[in-house]
Design a protein around this ligand. Structure first.
Ligand code: RAM
Length: 346
């Protein structure tokens, strides 16, 4: 009898322990999957095959992994809004937690991004902004006004303040390039640049072959061309190759925004005396932390809010026209002196 009572007691105790366990498990899950969603963070770049986009994705993935989240990295084959819309529709169906996009058009993504936000998905843009209604915040790689100014200062110094120049851009809808070009044009209005003539803005669409043929067309149409500014890493590398192959080092100067890894040889051979960029890995990394801060509702994307950005410390959300942004500093100059230190980094 005693024996039976003893084993009954242990069965009761065992059931009680099991019940205790099952009671505590929902507590752990409430803070992760059930309330916070899937902790899945999607990043969409402009198009595939661009090493700059790959570096940003690398930084984004690093940030999300540091915070224990899951990452989805997607890009359309061509740098079009339509391609991004299709991807965003799929991500909404997948119920991702956040979408970070480098927009191929400032307005065209608004319906699909608004739909995502209505379903509770947090949306931000990075690199190439979408309009303020389509996002909660934008992560800006560098001060756009300074980007415009430094390009014109550089080109003016390279051609002694006079002659014809052209711009080789990405797509005609790319918000980031269009903003920088507007600031370049504004800078060119200053009296010190009165002898510099911007003859053409060409669009290589961030596709290598098109950027090569657009560079060749510029050289053909403007035989007196003194310099090309390419504010796109794809464009500047393509122009660097064309000018090198045609033996035009020193004759047609090249500057713009380039990846040190793709531009080192054209800086070393003198085709591009110097150029600028920022760290695309850091830009992606900050976007990852911004996405997570929005998802965890630590910030709403409002001016004055601050959040932790891993190795990059605390960042603040500031004004950006009718929207808000996180701003990452000034463009950095790469020349013969320092290119060797950076060409293996990005
Ligand atoms: C290209 C892309 C990208 C831009 C850089 C500078 O890779 O157009 O959006 O930020 O250049």
């Amino acid at each position: 009898m005693k024996k039976i009572a003893g084993s009954l007691l242990s069965i009761i105790l065992f059931i009680a322990i099991l019940a205790g366990c099952s009671q505590s498990s929902p507590e752990t899950s409430t803070t992760t999957s059930s309330e916070k969603g899937s902790n899945t963070h999607a990043f969409i770049f402009k198009n595939t095959g661009n090493p700059y986009g790959e570096k940003m994705m690398e930084g984004f993935e690093k940030a999300v992994k540091e915070k224990g989240g899951k990452v989805i990295l997607r890009s359309p084959d061509q740098p079009t809004a339509e391609g991004q819309i299709q991807i965003i529709e799929q991500l909404i169906t997948q119920k991702v937690s956040t979408i970070t996009v480098a927009g191929n058009d400032v307005d065209a993504l608004q319906p699909v991004l608004s739909k995502a936000m209505k379903q509770g998905i947090k949306v931000l843009s990075v690199d190439s902004a979408v309009n303020a209604k389509s996002r909660m915040v934008h992560v800006n790689q560098a001060n756009p006004e300074r980007i415009g100014q430094v390009q014109i200062e550089a080109v003016s110094e390279m051609i002694d303040g006079k002659g014809e120049i052209a711009i080789l851009s990405a797509t005609s809808q790319a918000t980031n390039q269009n903003t920088w070009i507007d600031f370049m044009k504004k800078e060119l209005e200053k009296p010190e640049y009165k002898n510099i003539k911007l003859v053409k803005v060409a669009y290589g669409d961030d596709l290598r072959d098109k950027s090569v043929s657009e560079t060749e067309a510029l050289l053909k149409s403007y035989p007196d061309l003194k310099a090309i500014i390419a504010p796109t890493t794809v464009g500047i590398a393509a122009a660097g190759k064309v000018l090198t192959d045609k033996g035009l080092a020193g004759k047609v100067k090249l500057t713009g925004l380039g990846l040190p890894s793709e531009m080192a040889s054209y800086i070393e051979n003198g085709v591009s005396p110097w150029m600028y960029l920022w760290n695309p890995i850091d830009v992606g990394y900050v976007a990852g932390f911004t996405a997570i801060a929005l998802d965890e509702e630590k910030v709403k994307g409002e001016v004055g809010e601050k959040f932790e950005s891993g190795d990059l410390g605390e960042l603040e959300i500031v004004e950006d026209g009718d929207g808000t942004q996180v701003m990452l500093g000034d463009p950095f100059k790469f020349d013969k002196e320092n290119i060797g230190e950076w060409k293996d980094v990005y």
